[in-house]
Design a protein around this ligand. Structure first.
Ligand code: BG6
Length: 508
């Protein structure tokens, strides 16, 4: 996604001393992603020398307890293992806990005093990142309180800066996203807002643009003349775990489809940007979403399928259904699976269906974009039917890579034709494990680079696509939930939907 020179610029841009304050420091995301990300950034020498992390949450806790918890999380979830004890001893000295209520000024006042104290001890120069890893309903109040208590500076301040990373989902639908934007922009300048979509921090996602625009051979075929259809899959084995409260509020459409999957769709379908600047790339991504044909009631009934997992087996182990999960209503109608068909009504993609499916408790984890090319002319090598189509599969995770399926002659005199795979694998080519998405994004925020964060209009446009569907769903309760067993590829209706178009979901 970045020009090599721009990349060099980014790398060498100095990172100011700063403190990162994590709101929701005892939550699931902090444990699984943020703590390991900060640890690995530190271990790779990417954090500024003058740096501290402060966890802010409601529970009473000492610094020592907080440090132990973070250590356990790093042990459990870090991409580098085992923990480096020598590095940890140093790192934990700069981890602190601060107790406070999100909606009470007291906690913010004492936080401000504490951060100033740290500034003088650690020479962090007043620079702050506030990471809002909390339920979305708390975003406005936390931002308001931060501003009111002097923790957010004027964006024009040349001495020190403050930036706010906001987790997704940004809003609940079009109206609430617009209201949230209006509310937070009372206190923050756009340059201080970092709307995180961690998919943009994934190496393989950033590589989509390099793949498309740094190679000459694919782009001429990247359109309705050569492409039959596109499939985007985000399949997860895991259920909703301890996030019952969150899922009951959000569901899979808001959790994964409206943001992560739409980012994948935008990157794969966008036009070449005029430059590699953040705004040029985001301008093109927005145009894709704006060109999506609005979904109507007919689509809601026939080409949008929602599902909810029941009990079943994952890797031979019995697992419970969604309605039995902790903090979930036993009659819940929240979706844990969505499959749908979209059209992008622009010159490049006229008539090309994009099939998207995302779900929890599917048989395996796999995120992939598959481009299905049109059939070769029906002469010469049609052995009793059609040959397999050429498929270009961009594997986002796991086993990151790109594979091209082509037809090949099997050696020998009888000449049957067999599809084979040309396969590029990141792991075997470049070695090692790439940095986690959160490492890259936190690092970018420290540098003040918002290229890989979502812009307000991207988020709002995406909500415009899905809000009518959400309203339809709210008014039309599903009668068949749970409609897929854990460990299967989702509801049968999703297969039927694509089969009606004489196509089939790719087997991952
Ligand atoms: C998160 C969602 O944003 O993305 C989770 O809230 C989901 O429900 C996760 O599991 C998937 O991320 P990844 O990086 O594992 O594909």
């Amino acid at each position: 996604m970045t020009h090599p020179l721009e990349e060099l610029n980014r790398q060498t841009r100095t990172i100011d001393p700063c403190i990162i304050v994590i709101f929701g420091a005892t939550g699931d995301l902090t444990g699984r992603k943020l703590s390991p990300a900060l640890y690995n950034l530190g271990k790779d020498g990417m954090l500024p020398a003058n740096f501290a992390t402060v966890g802010f949450a409601r529970r009473e806790k000492t610094n020592e307890q907080f440090r132990d918890e973070i250590k356990n999380d790093v042990n459990a979830y870090s991409r580098t293992k085992p923990i480096d004890e020598t590095f940890w001893k140093n790192f934990e000295q700069k981890l602190f806990y601060h107790k406070g209520e999100f909606d009470n000024d007291e906690g913010y006042k004492s936080l401000n005093a504490f951060l100033r104290e740290l500034d003088s001890k650690l020479a962090t120069r007043g620079n702050r990142i506030f990471y809002l890893s909390v339920q979305p309903k708390y975003f406005p109040i936390i931002i308001e309180k931060l501003k009111k208590n002097g923790l957010i500076y004027d964006s024009e301040d040349t001495e020190k800066w403050s930036r706010v990373i906001i987790e997704k989902p940004f809003g609940h639908d079009s109206k609430s996203a617009t209201e949230l934007q209006k509310e937070i922009s009372k206190h923050l300048d756009e340059s201080q807002i970092y709307r995180i979509d961690h998919y943009l921090g994934k190496e393989t996602v950033q590589n989509i643009l390099v793949f498309r625009f740094a190679n000459a051979i694919f782009e001429p075929m990247w359109n309705y003349k050569h492409i039959d259809h596109v499939q985007i899959t985000v399949a997860e084995e895991i259920g909703i775990g301890t996030r019952g409260h969150f899922y009951e509020e959000e569901g899979l459409l808001r959790d994964v489809l409206q943001n992560h999957m739409m980012q994948l769709l935008s990157l794969v379908a966008m036009e070449a940007p005029v430059s590699l600047s953040g705004s040029a790339i985001r301008d093109e991504k927005v145009k894709v979403v704006q060109s999506i044909r609005p979904l109507n009631v007919d689509d809601f009934k026939n080409t949008v399928i929602r599902g909810q997992y029941g009990a079943g087996f994952i890797n031979g182990k019995e697992v419970i259904g969604y309605r039995q999960e902790k903090d979930v209503n036993p009659n819940s109608n929240v979706e844990t699976y969505v499959a749908l068909r979209l059209f992008i009504d622009n010159w490049r993609w006229a008539g090309v269906p994009f099939y998207l499916r995302g779900g929890k408790r599917l048989p395996k984890r796999g995120t992939e974009i598959a481009i299905f090319f049109k059939d070769a002319p029906g002469v010469l090598f049609q052995q009793g039917g059609k040959n397999d189509p050429n498929i270009l599969a961009i594997r986002i995770q796991p086993d990151e890579g790109i594979a091209l399926k082509i037809n090949c002659k099997v050696p020998g005199p009888s000449s049957p034709i067999q599809p084979v795979k040309m396969d590029f694998r990141y792991g075997s080519y470049f070695g090692g494990s790439p940095p986690e998405a959160y490492e890259r994004l936190i690092w970018d925020c420290m540098k003040g680079d918002s290229t890989l964060f979502a812009r307000a209009d991207e988020v709002e446009t995406s909500w415009n696509v899905f809000t009518p569907l959400l309203q339809y769903w709210a008014a039309n309760i599903p009668t068949d939930f749970p409609n897929y067993a854990s460990g299967t590829w989702g509801p049968q209706k999703a297969d039927m939907m694509i089969e009606k178009d004489k196509r089939a979901w790719r087997i991952l």
